[in-house]
Design a protein. Structure first.
Length: 85
Protein backbone atom coordinates (compact mmCIF):
# COMPACT_ATOMS: atom_id res chain seq x y z
CA UNK A 1 0.00 0.00 0.00
CA UNK A 2 1.47 3.34 -1.06
CA UNK A 3 1.90 5.92 1.70
CA UNK A 4 2.49 9.64 1.36
CA UNK A 5 4.11 11.97 3.88
CA UNK A 6 2.54 15.14 5.21
CA UNK A 7 4.88 17.17 3.01
CA UNK A 8 3.83 15.31 -0.13
CA UNK A 9 0.11 15.55 0.70
CA UNK A 10 0.36 19.25 1.56
CA UNK A 11 2.02 19.94 -1.79
CA UNK A 12 -0.52 17.86 -3.71
CA UNK A 13 -3.51 19.59 -2.11
CA UNK A 14 -2.00 23.07 -1.88
CA UNK A 15 -2.33 23.23 1.90
CA UNK A 16 -0.03 24.37 4.65
CA UNK A 17 0.81 21.54 7.01
CA UNK A 18 -1.22 22.97 9.89
CA UNK A 19 -4.37 22.83 7.73
CA UNK A 20 -3.58 19.24 6.87
CA UNK A 21 -3.05 18.31 10.54
CA UNK A 22 -6.35 19.91 11.56
CA UNK A 23 -8.41 18.20 8.87
CA UNK A 24 -6.69 14.84 9.44
CA UNK A 25 -7.31 15.10 13.19
CA UNK A 26 -10.97 15.94 12.60
CA UNK A 27 -11.37 12.95 10.27
CA UNK A 28 -9.22 10.79 12.58
CA UNK A 29 -6.99 9.63 9.75
CA UNK A 30 -3.29 9.46 9.09
CA UNK A 31 -0.66 7.52 10.94
CA UNK A 32 2.14 9.02 12.98
CA UNK A 33 5.34 7.05 13.03
CA UNK A 34 7.20 7.59 16.32
CA UNK A 35 10.55 6.58 14.85
CA UNK A 36 10.61 9.03 11.96
CA UNK A 37 8.14 11.60 13.32
CA UNK A 38 6.35 11.59 9.97
CA UNK A 39 2.61 11.59 9.54
CA UNK A 40 1.73 9.30 6.64
CA UNK A 41 -1.47 8.94 4.65
CA UNK A 42 -2.86 6.39 2.23
CA UNK A 43 -4.40 7.35 -1.11
CA UNK A 44 -7.90 6.84 0.32
CA UNK A 45 -7.13 9.15 3.24
CA UNK A 46 -5.81 11.85 0.92
CA UNK A 47 -8.99 11.60 -1.14
CA UNK A 48 -11.09 11.96 2.03
CA UNK A 49 -9.15 15.08 3.01
CA UNK A 50 -9.66 16.57 -0.45
CA UNK A 51 -13.38 15.79 -0.35
CA UNK A 52 -13.73 17.36 3.11
CA UNK A 53 -12.16 20.58 1.82
CA UNK A 54 -14.14 20.56 -1.43
CA UNK A 55 -11.02 20.01 -3.52
CA UNK A 56 -10.82 17.68 -6.51
CA UNK A 57 -8.99 14.46 -5.70
CA UNK A 58 -5.33 14.85 -6.65
CA UNK A 59 -3.60 12.49 -9.05
CA UNK A 60 -1.05 11.56 -6.45
CA UNK A 61 1.05 9.09 -8.38
CA UNK A 62 1.77 11.55 -11.21
CA UNK A 63 2.11 14.69 -9.15
CA UNK A 64 4.15 13.26 -6.32
CA UNK A 65 6.52 11.36 -8.57
CA UNK A 66 7.83 14.75 -9.69
CA UNK A 67 7.79 16.46 -6.28
CA UNK A 68 8.78 13.50 -4.14
CA UNK A 69 11.00 14.27 -1.19
CA UNK A 70 13.88 11.74 -1.29
CA UNK A 71 14.52 11.95 2.45
CA UNK A 72 10.86 11.20 3.21
CA UNK A 73 10.81 8.30 0.76
CA UNK A 74 13.93 6.77 2.30
CA UNK A 75 12.31 6.89 5.74
CA UNK A 76 9.01 5.51 4.45
CA UNK A 77 10.81 2.48 3.09
CA UNK A 78 11.81 1.58 6.64
CA UNK A 79 8.35 1.95 8.22
CA UNK A 80 6.84 -1.32 9.43
CA UNK A 81 3.37 -2.14 8.14
CA UNK A 82 0.66 -1.67 10.78
CA UNK A 83 -0.91 -4.85 12.13
CA UNK A 84 -4.14 -5.85 10.43
CA UNK A 85 -3.48 -4.23 7.05
Amino acid sequence: MRKFTERQVSAALGLVRLELYLVAADLRIGRHDPLTHLKVFTVDEVERIAARLGLPPPRLEEQLAEESAPADNALLGRLPEPAGE
